[in-house]
Design a protein around this ligand. Structure first.
Ligand SMILES: C[S@@+](CC[C@H](N)C(=O)[O-])C[C@H]1O[C@@H](n2cnc3c(N)ncnc32)[C@H](O)[C@@H]1O
Length: 351
């Protein structure tokens, strides 16, 4: 009985988040068409069949999220975990930020970054306003809004999609079953504000967690969130996923969520190669990113609209890319992939 009620509460929460996300996007799009029509993106209408497919995929995502909690892969409380008060307090800032986003979109200005950014410290492809967001990834202001913006973008399904890395990660780490959990090191590449590490921490309370990202502002935000948890604080390291500052074979697990679509093809391969290098033989890599044309052709319009609305310079290339081939080229074996709503999850082992 208690379980049924908790599941109903979870479903109600997800439906509530979905309604808020849809309403926010409808109102903000109408406002943009009124105030800044020259910047309003030209999107394609969503066919009714695709809407039904999206609803079915959303229901399947909720179901698997619930089931894997019931199986004990992570605590049920994680399904309700979010900084509600903080997000409520920040929500007005999302609106206040919109006019500058509209301006950048109208002017096709995609390199509007803070003056103090030392560009020689970053790869060229990174020095852009991804999603047209203010300051790109390079300010505390951007980092403070990011989680809420992603929640709205995915209608509240961002964490359920991120949590799909947990099962293949936990299964992969069984290769090191004879070791104490506290000796397992798991790296999250492009950890951003640490939302994935937060999910992984709930599943692996004793493992040593490490987060890597190019943005020190995002890592500061990650540190704020993660230091609220009672377990050992993950180590947060600033660096490029293409040249990671970690020893060869020093990790037993690596995750990487929502990075690949923001990289040009060559950098994508470099990151996958580096994930291979830092893993110990037997270790597991779990990647999660947007679904692609080959596995989810029914969502082609949604993928196309995504790149029309947001500045995502490498997304079109990414959705046609062969990630299995890239994993194979890096040396991985046992490559598997599954799709969950708008996210594709790959797992692979270093032989
Ligand atoms: C879309 S966000 C995803 C963040 C996080 N994984 C999540 O699930 O919310 C992309 C992140 O990748 C980081 N990033 C982009 N290129 C990178 C690179 N070459 N090396 C390390 N981090 C990178 C950005 O700073 C940003 O935090």
């Amino acid at each position: 009985m208690a379980d049924t009620l908790t599941k109903l509460a979870y479903q109600a929460l997800q439906q509530g988040k979905s309604l808020v996300g849809v309403a926010h996007k409808e109102v903000s799009t109408k406002l943009m068409e009124l105030v800044a029509p020259q910047g309003a993106p030209k999107t394609r209408p969503i066919p009714p069949q695709m809407l039904m497919d999206l609803q079915a995929a959303n229901a399947a995502l909720m179901e698997i999220d619930w089931e894997e909690a019931e199986q004990g892969l992570y605590p049920t409380s994680l399904l309700f975990d979010a900084p509600w008060l903080d997000w409520a307090a920040r929500y007005p800032m999302v609106w206040l930020d919109m006019p500058s986003t509209w301006n950048r979109r109208s002017e096709r200005n995609v390199t509007d970054l803070p003056a103090e950014v030392e560009s020689e410290n970053y790869p060229d492809y990174y020095l852009q306003n991804f999603h047209h967001q203010t300051d790109g990834y390079l300010s505390d202001h951007s980092a403070s809004l990011y989680d809420l913006q992603v929640e709205i973008l995915f209608n509240g399904t961002a964490d359920p999609m991120r949590r799909r890395v947990i099962k293949p990660l936990v299964q992969g780490l069984r290769a090191f079953g004879e070791r104490p959990a506290s000796q397992l090191r798991v790296l999250d590449v492009a950890t951003g504000t640490g939302r994935t590490l937060r999910q992984v921490r709930a599943a692996l309370p004793q493992a040593q967690l490490v987060g890597l990202d190019l943005s020190s502002a995002y890592l500061r935000q990650a540190n704020r969130w993660l230091s609220q948890l009672p377990d050992e604080l993950p180590q947060l390291v600033q660096g490029n996923g293409e040249r990671m500052p970690f020893a060869t074979g020093s990790m037993q697990g690596v995750t990487c969520v929502f990075l690949l679509h923001e990289l040009p093809g060559e950098a994508r391969q470099n990151v996958i190669n580096e994930c291979f290098r830092v893993l110990e033989p037997g270790g597991v890599l779990v990647l999660a990113d947007s679904v692609q044309l080959a596995d989810s052709p029914q969502f082609e319009t949604a993928m196309d609209n995504f790149r029309r609305v947001f500045h995502e310079p490498y997304y079109r290339d990414y959705i046609g890319d062969d990630i299995d081939a890239r994993l194979g080229a890096a040396g991985f074996s046992g490559i598997r992939a599954t799709s969950h709503l708008m996210t594709r999850v790959w797992s692979a082992t270093k032989p």
